[in-house]
Design a protein around this ligand. Structure first.
Ligand SMILES: *Cc1c(COP(=O)(O)O)cnc(C)c1O
Length: 383
């Protein structure tokens, strides 16, 4: 089976991990700060906090921004469930903003209309979380302008988008957000096995996220309430978690980072080949906004009138591991039990009835891509 996504691990990565295994620190050693520094430099941002997953990062980002019971959080229905669940962990309520039918990212006009309505009802969200679907940035300048106008915090879920750019600057620099989240799950652009990073320009948010990551404890003497103690001292100042990344993971991340730009360039090349080869089929190909350089975590095609289920089955029967990203979050049984229902976000629902993620990863070999293209052409010409 040719998967839709796959990690790419080389000997350097393996050596980097083995080096940590032979060292003094498997966790809480030097590799995690080194990995964080690597990301800060790459993203041109002051602070980075590495965690054991992007889900953990989303949770501590919400906590650092003060999200709690009675508060409201909005994200896109077309995302992984973690983008919404993080707010529920904080006791807040979740709602969604409709997507753009071309890019599948959060729609700016839909956001504007929803904010206007929410203000009239005196029920504005505390945080909005646009998701950079498939690796292409949302229209962050427009979203941030609206967020400022309405006094709303912004978390970018850039789980798909490390190595991507917006207005020719790296995603993760938080020019248009409070915090940006990356995921390093093996299907994403680069990997640490499990892992995630939150970036921010804000010292206070950085300090809070560091505390929430590790039991609510601080070891920074300048932050102590009791300043009389010695160097062994630490204080638990809030209720936190153990969301720490290990040094084993961080070492893999540092090594993977060296190949990030080449990885994304390869994905761009694969995308260009798909877009050229599939352009005459009666399907919607990824559409790119001018300001964005996509990291191409995914290559999503959208059918028009063809039978989604039959095409999915046919591709899988030909050993092509296609997938759907994503079934709309609001239609998950758990969210339907909260009162969401079919018809709430029709553009997202129509998208999910027609979208297919076809194989996209830096190790996809030319002959395998040609095979995927050939099968797609054959199957779609029959429909
Ligand atoms: C993968 C993903 C997450 C969760 O990432 P983990 O590192 O697996 O916790 C969150 N949001 C989006 C959009 C994702 O694709």
């Amino acid at each position: 089976m040719i998967p839709y996504g796959r990690q790419s691990i080389d000997q350097q990565d393996i050596d980097a991990v083995i080096e940590v295994l032979k060292s003094d620190y498997l966790t809480q050693g030097p590799k995690v700060p080194e990995f964080e520094k690597t990301i800060q430099d790459y993203c041109n941002v002051n602070y980075a906090v590495a965690c054991n997953s992007a889900t953990s990062c989303l949770h501590i980002a919400c906590l650092a921004l003060g999200l709690g019971p009675g508060d409201l959080y909005w994200t896109s229905p077309i995302s992984f469930v973690a983008s919404a669940n993080c707010a529920l962990y904080c006791g807040a309520e979740v709602d969604f903003v409709e997507i753009d039918p071309q890019t599948y990212n959060m729609s700016v006009p839909a956001l504007e209309a929803k904010l206007k309505e929410a203000k009239a009802k005196n029920r504005l969200p505390n945080i909005i979380c646009p998701v950079h679907i498939a690796g292409q940035s949302c229209d962050m300048q427009a979203i941030y302008t609206l967020a400022q106008e309405y006094g709303v915090h912004v978390i970018e879920d850039a789980s798909h988008a490390i190595g991507g750019r917006y207005q020719d600057k790296p995603i993760g620099d938080c020019r248009y957000s409070d915090i940006t989240i990356f995921s390093f799950h093996p299907v994403k652009i680069i990997t640490t096995g499990e892992g995630g990073v939150a970036t921010t320009q804000n010292e206070e948010l950085h300090h809070k996220m560091q505390m929430y990551r590790s039991h609510g404890v601080t070891k920074d003497p300048s932050k102590f309430q009791d300043k009389t103690k010695g160097s062994w001292y630490y204080e638990q100042q809030t209720l936190g978690y153990n969301y720490r990344m290990t040094d084993i993971q961080a070492a893999l991340g540092i090594s993977q980072f060296k190949k990030l730009d080449a990885n994304v360039e390869k994905r761009q090349k694969i995308a260009a080949t798909y877009s050229q080869a599939l352009k005459d089929l009666n399907i919607q190909l990824p559409s790119l906004i001018q300001d964005a350089y996509s990291a191409y975590h995914l290559y999503i095609i959208k059918l028009k009138k063809q039978n989604h289920k039959a095409i999915f089955e046919a591709l899988r029967n030909n050993n092509i591991g296609v997938n759907l990203h994503y079934r709309p979050i609001h239609l998950q049984p758990y969210y339907q039990n909260k009162g969401f229902k079919e018809g709430d976000f029709p553009i997202s629902e129509e998208y999910a009835e027609n979208a297919i993620s076809i194989p996209m990863f830096s190790g996809l070999e030319d002959h395998n891509q040609e095979y995927v293209i050939g099968v797609l052409k054959q199957i779609l010409s029959k429909q």
